[in-house]
Design a protein around this ligand. Structure first.
Ligand SMILES: *Cc1c(COP(=O)(O)O)cnc(C)c1O
Length: 422
């Protein structure tokens, strides 16, 4: 199921009040659900010493949400300077932070090394010589290439721009050793929104095998392996959830085998974004127009600036019309925003209850890669974010953008540069 019954049961009775108080549209996140998912992950992987989730900050880069992650003992996976700053602002320090950039700029290495540093996860062998002060602890992102087939969003690893190849991986660690590295981690990310638990089990097997290979060649020991993010959530009502119980049992067994064979096992990290927060958020928007042409359209007051996934990936987001959940009569609609792009549609030819102007339309599962992906194209601004607290109160955790924000980067005072010779 998409959004949980528990979240729906707590949100829907107050959603009219929220829309009156705050205005629509808004994303609202569920503290209770986020904490439950976090605790269930810790429980599932309790059999692996040193298991830790590094929340993928890009999924929902709001300090209030990151604070929840920090309180649960999670670290942060960052790939840009603002994400590093956010993670440090909520208390992430040193090895609480993984910096997994790709196509890394020198200023990013500086920022990563600053303020107590972080775990540097290098995306390429050529970057080794570009790290200004090579750290003692280093991690590489591994790309298995033809050894694995990827999934829909990430694609075929051979075509993915990420990571060090199988042929380069031993050399990468050897070079790092020559640069003074003494502590080692290994990272991979080969899936996105994967619902087949066995794919993630294969990933764990793969990193342990690569760790074994590198350890044998270089006589080093890995402190951790990181199996990345990509844990899927069921966006469609007919999809089954990822089987975390079987997944964690089988992965834990692999770590036990490794331990028996080598007398120790690395810690296991993961960096879920979607799985942690995706189902615990929704976009609440209001139906403002009704148009009958070749198709029936419902225009809502949010558009793809609030949620890019349907336009970008043709992604399905389940929809409820508040107060009409059980309606028997169904109408086929396209649910659209006001952007001048024909892919600005939250749903295409979707069977829904009859929608009237003023109805609240709830798009499920926007707690990850939702607000964060928004943009300002066409002067369409990003909406506010709310947090439904465990005590039932609601906290404004980001205001909506306004016209002043839109104009903030424009240069009105003259600022000219005349290149020499012209
Ligand atoms: C995007 C990303 C993640 C999170 O992916 P999810 O699909 O949200 O779990 C984790 N690690 C890295 C390096 C990423 O780029």
């Amino acid at each position: 199921m998409p959004m949980s019954q528990s979240f729906t049961d707590r949100l829907f009775p107050i959603v009219e009040q929220l829309s009156e108080h705050y205005g629509t549209p808004f994303h609202v996140y569920d503290e209770v659900g986020i904490r439950e998912t976090g605790e269930s992950l810790k429980k599932a992987f309790a059999g692996i010493d040193g298991f830790r989730e590094y929340y993928a900050v890009k999924a929902l880069p709001n300090p209030r949400i990151l604070q929840l992650m920090h309180e649960m003992g999670f670290g942060f996976d960052c790939s840009s300077i603002p994400e590093l700053i956010l993670s440090r602002q909520v208390g992430g320090r040193g090895e609480d932070i993984m910096f997994t950039s790709n196509n890394t700029d020198p200023v990013e290495f500086q920022a990563a090394a600053g303020e107590g540093g972080c775990v540097l996860n290098l995306d390429d062998i050529s970057l080794i010589d570009k790290v200004p002060e090579f750290p003692e602890l280093i991690c590489f992102r591994y790309n298995p290439g033809p050894r694995r087939t990827g999934n829909v969003i990430i694609g075929n690893p051979v075509e993915a721009k990420y990571g060090v190849t199988h042929e380069q991986i031993v050399d990468a660690y050897r070079k790092a050793q020559a640069k003074g590295a003494k502590r080692f981690g290994l990272h991979t990310m080969v899936a996105s929104n994967e619902l087949d638990y066995s794919y993630m089990v294969e990933t764990a097997r793969m990193v342990l095998e690569v760790a074994e290979l590198v350890e044998k060649e270089l006589d080093i020991r890995f402190e951790f392996v990181n199996i990345g993010g990509g844990f899927g959530i069921p966006y469609r009502p007919d999809q089954a959830s990822l089987d975390i119980d079987r997944m964690s049992k089988e992965i834990t067994a692999q770590f036990s085998v490794f331990r028996e064979k080598h007398g120790y096992a690395p810690r296991m990290y993961m960096e879920s974004g979607r799985y942690m927060t995706g189902p615990h958020g929704c976009l609440v928007t209001k139906a403002i127009n009704h148009k009958d042409t070749y198709r029936k359209y419902i225009g809502v007051d949010a558009c793809m600036s609030s949620l890019m996934r349907p336009a970008l990936y043709d992604a399905y987001h389940h929809i409820d019309v508040v107060g009409k959940e059980g309606a028997v009569d169904r109408v086929v609609y396209d649910i659209v925003g006001s952007l001048c792009e024909n892919n600005d549609k939250f749903a295409v030819q979707r069977e829904l209850p009859q929608i009237d102007e003023g109805d609240l339309v709830v798009l499920h599962d926007t707690g990850a890669h939702g607000h964060a992906m928004g943009f300002q194209y066409n002067g369409r601004l990003r909406p506010k974010e709310l947090l439904l607290r465990a005590d039932g109160s609601v906290e404004l955790i980001r205001r909506e953008e306004n016209v002043a924000d839109y104009f903030a980067t424009l240069q009105f005072a003259k600022d000219n540069f005349v290149p020499s010779g012209s």
